[in-house]
Design a protein around this ligand. Structure first.
Ligand code: AMP
Ligand code: MG
Length: 350
């Protein structure tokens, strides 16, 4: 299939590209587009044949439901009920990196919800995404715009790398400032549960309702009979081609251990990349060192995370060693993605 790639430089002068992409969605095609979290691969959420194309293009397991993207807070046409706490969350955090899980109406095909009677919905805070949804005149189902299992794209070049020839249209023009996927809050239970940490932190949600908690599955490594609330929780995710290992603990000890492991790998003839912070950049003796940002700015680290994992693959290394981060604020989302990307290969340096 031929993929059209259009980069939006100015949303007013380049509006024809978004109109064209909106038409592709209306006609049952697939469009990758920027959002503030990561790039999404979209199709008409109400058309099961269109949604199937997303699963095929990504190689995504069919029991992993999609998030529906809307351009308005008015979602009564899509869900049976919006409980009070969900409404408060929507009012406070939309448009933004926050997905609510609610009971779906029958208008949403089972392919979109992967046979669940619930659906995830989000209003993204991206000018291009909102315009696309508006011009498509339909809600857009969209998981991240990567081949299933790979790090999510935060730059249009990464969508092209993964999806060129597999989708109808790719729109670029914004890079994803949040850099990790939306926070998912299950509002079908009371109090609501966070199923996936993201840009909106648990601390921010607790300001709305102090009883909102993390789902138990987020607190431990999944075992074989793990039955997750969010089917996506069970899959290997976000992984680079190189083997990723996390080293977490006191800073000086972490650096010491990373230096030791690097020597060991290099002696055996392997290439190694190190993911670290600006502050630690000069503390390594060997290996290809990449900074994720300042240790004082977890938002910057989240924004750079997936792109850095892909850069390590560009370097052709066999191993990536990444220092761990504190699991509060956005740090929780960073560690959630890193743990999965590493297949839970975590070494404690204390
Ligand atoms: P992606 O955007 O590729 O990260 O995938 C969407 C994520 O949202 C997956 O992890 C899904 O499991 C989760 N999700 C979507 N809809 C639901 C739902 N109804 N219930 C629970 N999780 C959901
Ligand atoms: Mg994804």
């Amino acid at each position: 299939m031929e993929t059209k790639v259009a980069i939006i430089k100015d949303i007013n002068t380049d509006i024809r590209f978004i109109e064209e992409a909106g038409k592709v969605i209306r006609n049952g095609g697939t469009v990758a587009f920027p959002t503030e979290t990561v790039y999404g691969l979209g199709a008409n959420a109400l058309d099961d044949e269109a949604v199937k194309k997303i699963f095929i293009a990504k190689g995504r397991p069919q029991d992993n439901p999609l998030i529906i993207h809307v351009s308005t807070k008015e979602i009564s046409g899509l869900v049976k009920d919006v409980p009070e706490v969900a409404q408060k969350i929507i009012d406070k955090f939309w448009p933004g990196p926050l997905t609510v899980i609610l009971e779906k109406k029958d208008i949403i095909p089972n392919v979109t919800s992967a046979n669940l009677n619930t659906i995830g919905i989000r209003m993204p805070n991206s000018e291009i995404a909102l315009k696309l949804i508006e011009l498509a005149e339909r809600p857009i189902a969209a998981p991240s715009a990567n081949i299933s299992g790979r790090p999510s794209p935060t730059e249009v070049e990464r969508c092209v790398e993964d999806l060129n020839g597999r989708v109808d249209y790719i729109i670029g023009g914004e890079s994803s400032d949040i850099g990790v996927e939306s926070t998912i809050v299950d509002c079908t239970v009371n109090p609501p549960l966070v199923l996936r940490p993201g840009g909106i932190t648990l601390e921010m949600l607790k300001e709305i309702n102090p009883e909102i908690e993390l789902d138990k599955a987020l607190k431990s490594k999944p075992n074989d009979d793990f039955k997750p609330k969010a089917p996506g929780m069970k899959y290997k995710h976000y992984a680079p081609n190189a083997h990723l290992k996390i080293i977490k603990g006191k800073n000086e000890k972490t650096i010491e251990i990373i230096n030791e492991i690097v020597e060991n790998y290099i002696e055996k003839g392997n290439d190694v990349a190190i993911l670290t912070t600006n502050e630690n950049l000069n503390k390594f003796n060997n290996g290809k060192v990449i900074s994720l940002g300042s240790e004082n700015d977890l938002k910057e680290i989240a924004k750079n995370l997936f792109e850095a994992l892909r850069k390590c693959d560009d370097l052709g290394v066999q191993y990536i060693l990444c220092q761990g981060f504190e699991e509060n604020g956005v740090g929780l989302a960073i560690m959630n993605r890193l743990n999965k990307a590493a297949g839970y290969d975590i070494l404690r340096s204390e």
